[in-house]
Design a binder for this molecule. Sequence first.
Ligand SMILES: *Cc1c(COP(=O)(O)O)cnc(C)c1O
Length: 425
Amino acid sequence: MSDYRINTKCVQSGYRPKNGEPHVLPIYQSTTFNYTSSDFMGRLFDLEESGYFYTRLANPTNDSVAAKICDLEGGYAAMLTSSGQAANFYAIFNICEAGGHIVSATNIYGGTYNLFGHTIEKMGIGCTFVNPDDPASEIEKAFQDNTRALFAETLTNPAVSVLDIEKLAKIAHDHGVPLIVDNTFATPVNCRPFEWGADIVTHSTTKYMDGHALQVGGVVVDSGNFDWEKYGDKYPMLTTPDETYHGIVYTKKFGKGAYITKMTAQLMRDLGSIPSPMNAFLLNVGLDTLALRMERHCENAQKVAEYLSTSDKVAWVRYPGLPGDKYYELAQKYMPNGTCGVIAFGIKGGRDACVRAMDKLKMAGICTHVADARTMVLHPASHTHRQLSEQELVEAGVAPDLIRLSVGIEDVEDIIADLEQAMND
Ligand SMILES: *Cc1c(COP(=O)(O)O)cnc(C)c1O
């Protein structure tokens, strides 16, 4: 599939029916799979044979959808998870255990900020947050001997800042660790981080990939490019025998597939954040139209951002597609066809004026969601990020008057009219 273009991949990658098989990816809604030979099943457990035996470890519906996303990103292997949170946790925990440390961009999704800033600490993993816009020499100060990964978002949620992926990849590689990038907002339609040096990509598939707000899900995709053996002393979990799997050495046995195989065989086995096949099926239906939808999201958001930037009710607008935006040049470089449908803006009159206008919206809903077909708004300081302190809000790039507007695929004239009437007192 890898020679096809992106629209084609959205539709054709993953499930490829053979003669007489269903046209549409079937939902294998089954916990387990039957065998006629006890010995064969034993070899499955030893990873000596490939085959399905229990859906927590692998399921044909889930695998087909993972394969489609892997192809979209240009990766080597991928694994679906039950949420974006699980994807980011697995991506880190697969290579960073108690006593380890990661460096993460500070302006990331609130849930990931909590995970890295608080929860993994309880597992003995440290995290130092950095501003990814700082010069490399500044970011490098955060690295320690026990640092195992650098993490950032290509387009941040909610402030839509654009990551200089090449810069971050170089910093990570200079320190012998992989760059892990959450590519949820850009999607592989608009940006493929592996082409710029990222090693591992994660997604909350709950957002644009699904696009209809039908399921919560995540995915981890590995480029297969990071040389774990070169830094074997840092990644013994991949380069020395796994006693819980009869002494398998993942890098020796699976080569470029080592990272994802370990994640499936060990983390999914023990932590079990697998999506239901039904949810993977729904995600796949969304993926079929991902490229089409992203085009419309970007076209609409560009017009809405232009409208907001000329409105006298609006205090500020952040959209990387606006010439003059702080991230315009980076967006042109990494996402020349558009970024996403999310705009961050503030209304004159501060926090209270923002909340008042949001309550007056007729079409757009107030939702703890983002990036689906319907236009919606959220006030992060009151909603998703309300658990963060004032200081943490600033570090996360969330101004108290920031409204996160997720522009949908409706007629743009209707979206603008709704915003206009809401902001007019
Ligand atoms: C929503 C989101 C997540 C978390 O994903 P869930 O599917 O809600 O668990 C992680 N990263 C980004 C950028 C997100 O937008």
